[in-house]
Design a protein around this ligand. Structure first.
Ligand code: HEC
Ligand code: HEC
Length: 249
């Protein structure tokens, strides 16, 4: 008994810590908000949308992708001197990045965003993402196609899918288990469903359509199809950076 409850404690504790390590703290976001008002708002405006082609609050930049790029721009300036270099220390640089990544919301979540190039290598290699996911026409269809995932999901949602897939999973993405009148069992992923029919991609990547009236059983699985990633927090930041560049072709 004691062993069980202790174990539960350790698991939930380390999980919370892990999320913390992947994100900026609330203190950093608040500190960043003060620096922003003092140093940046004059040119970029209170909502961050005054400079042409840049919207800091919603993450629209000219050349910046990763957090490191953001720090570099603030540290060294931009636009051939139109934006001055700010000789901020490390903590202040992190704070301003946190405030921007939190969407200017002091209560927001500021996910760390790493290097997309490294993220792509992890996606194709160590992260084993390509074993299940398809991007720009390459890869299997057993898991959702991620070619446009950078447009349809926020950084926080992408990160949650990697750290805690069981809670991040969307209802439509839950795997289904179907048994037909012909006694065939089909495990697959729903593409579409209405009152009378359901369309799935089965485990052999075939598109199948069923009339619900023809099924003996139709279960939506509550079991996530993958566990939390084993990648480190820096690696997760890189993968999220890469996913954000996937914006369709
Ligand atoms: C004197 C005006 C001015 C101030 C002050 C200023 N900026 Fe800028 N910033 C600009 C201009 C102009 C650009 C567009 C430069 C270009 O066209 O490449 C810019 C661009 C940027 C970009 C986009 C860079 C890219 O290439 O993607 C970021 C991020 C940014 N600023 C952040 C900040 C932050 C954070 C602060 C405060 C620490 C700040 N700026 C202060 C004028 C300013
Ligand atoms: C064993 C197969 C498998 C592997 C390996 C895998 N995924 Fe997934 N992934 C899935 C399935 C199935 C779903 C849909 C169910 C869900 O959301 O959990 C999914 C969902 C996602 C989503 C959410 C899609 C949406 O519509 O919001 C993202 C983002 C994602 N995966 C990224 C990754 C990345 C990045 C990796 C590598 C680090 C990875 N996955 C590895 C199977 C996999």
């Amino acid at each position: 008994m004691v062993g069980t409850s202790l174990m539960f404690f350790i698991v939930s504790g380390s999980n919370a810590q892990e999320v913390g390590d992947h994100q900026y703290t609330t203190e950093a976001i608040e500190r960043g908000s003060r620096i922003y008002s003092r140093e940046c708002a004059l040119c970029h405006g209170p909502q961050g949308d005054i400079v042409d082609g840049v919207n800091l609050r919603s993450g629209v930049f000219k050349s910046v992708q990763s957090d490191e790029d953001l720090r570099q721009v603030v540290f060294s300036g931009a636009g051939q001197g139109q934006m001055p270099a700010f000789g901020l220390n490390d903590a202040d640089l992190s704070a301003i990045v946190a405030y921007i990544r939190a969407g200017f919301d002091p209560e927001g979540v500021a996910v760390r965003i790493g290097d997309p190039g490294r993220g792509q290598s992890l996606f194709q290699g160590k992260g084993e993402c390509v074993n299940c996911h398809r991007v720009n026409g390459i890869g299997p269809r057993t898991a959702p196609d991620l070619s446009e995932i950078g447009v349809i999901r926020t950084p926080a949602s992408l990160q949650r899918n990697l750290l805690d897939p069981a809670t991040a999973i969307l209802p439509i993405n839950r795997p289904v288990r179907i048994i037909t009148r012909g006694e065939e069992t089909v495990i697959g992923r729903r593409l579409n469903e209405d009152t009378y029919t359901v369309q799935v991609i089965d485990s052999e990547e075939r598109l199948r359509s069923f009339r619900k009236a023809d099924l003996v059983s139709y279960e939506i699985s509550m079991r996530p199809s993958k566990g939390p990633t084993a990648l480190s927090s820096d690696e997760v930041a890189d993968v999220v950076g890469y996913l954000l560049t996937l914006r369709g072709q």
